[in-house]
Design a binder for this molecule. Sequence first.
Ligand code: HEM
Length: 410
Amino acid sequence: MTTAEAVPAGVLAIPAAYKDPEALHAALAAARRDDPVSYVDVEGYTPFWAVTKYADIIKVERAAKTFTNSPRPVLMTTEQDKLQQQVGIDTLIHMDGAKHRQYRAIGVNWFKPSALAALQTRVDTLAKRFVDKLAAAGGECDFVQTVGVDYPLYVIMSLLGIPEDDFAFMLKLTQELVGNDDPELQRGTTDEENMMAMLEMFAYFQKLTEDRRANPTDDLASAIANATVDGAPLDDIQTVSYYAIVATAGHDTTSSSITGGLQALIEHPDQLATLRDNPDLMPTAVEEMIRWVTPVKEFMRTAAEDTELCGKQIKAGDAVLLSYASANRDEDAFDDPFAFDIEREPNKHLAFGHGLHFCLGAPLARMEIGAFFKELLSRLDHIELAGEPQLTATTFVGGLKHLPIRYSLR
Ligand code: HEM
């Protein structure tokens, strides 16, 4: 065992390292150059192989039989890992093989662009409502608090069919679950207390299941509550896990893309002007914002058999971390990866992952990010930073927790 600083890829096990992108990316660039599949064995974490090159991550994700999602799909402290297994959480990201295919099929039609077209009007209305909120804030605010957290939550809750009165409660719980490495967002100081947030969310969703089974409607919550696998309904844990993965996966990710995307536009005024003058560039701009931010820092796999990767002998049972943050700045995969270019094409970033577990919500994320910036830029006269942006400490999902801005809107 060593300290996290002993090897460059050790930064991947330091939540606070993500608060300093320059230092983080310097370490990841060194890892890509000198030891692209490096062994990280630091206190508090199960030792893991850190995969930092784009091409190697694709290799791992394509070999789904050799590198499985179960039992540990993301990096956790050994303590969090133990608690997670005690609670028995079983979501899409924990599943492999036929089981994963069957459960993914329950949600897949809801996220196809054709199905999402029905949600476009609601998303456009929400985008307008949140730009109105910015206007009402009077020209200066913390963009994360005013728009960034609530807008994506309203979108995902609308898709699920959750009543607006419950949004604030869901917001608090999803933040506690996802941002639980950052003291400012934590409910308590211990893993047990953070786990309480998960149990509260489970209780809420259990009630939702009962309700949608008794009174089915045409929302995603009803589709999940009444789904069958091999002819049998999902049990309580499976149903609740499905809601939880959709609610959490669809929230902080999109929030971080919108807030980080706005910061990037403010810091690159030429790109902002180009996008404002050419709204048709929105699809490539949205893709670049997602690559730039890479809100999901990593996923993990576990080797199901002895294998070899980049000259390293990986043993059955070894944990393998896929650093999307590193892959999306890989010099061998992108021209000038540290340039923010809203017209970047091709832009085959790995922010949504790759292969069988490729993000289910990618079309929804693209749609809601695009809808927001279309509305904002059509009304924006001027925008600048009004203070220091602050990032969350996390090794999994995150981005800005504060983005002070000054602006004028029409
Ligand atoms: C999976 C990223 C938005 C639902 C994933 C994965 C990544 C990711 C990296 C794992 C892929 C892999 O293992 O190869 C993102 C990013 C988003 C975003 C960057 C926003 C910019 C959403 C939204 C939803 C969603 C809006 C739903 C409303 C899911 C689900 C999975 C997933 C259900 C699990 C899929 C599976 O295991 O089969 N996402 N996501 N995501 N995402 Fe997203």
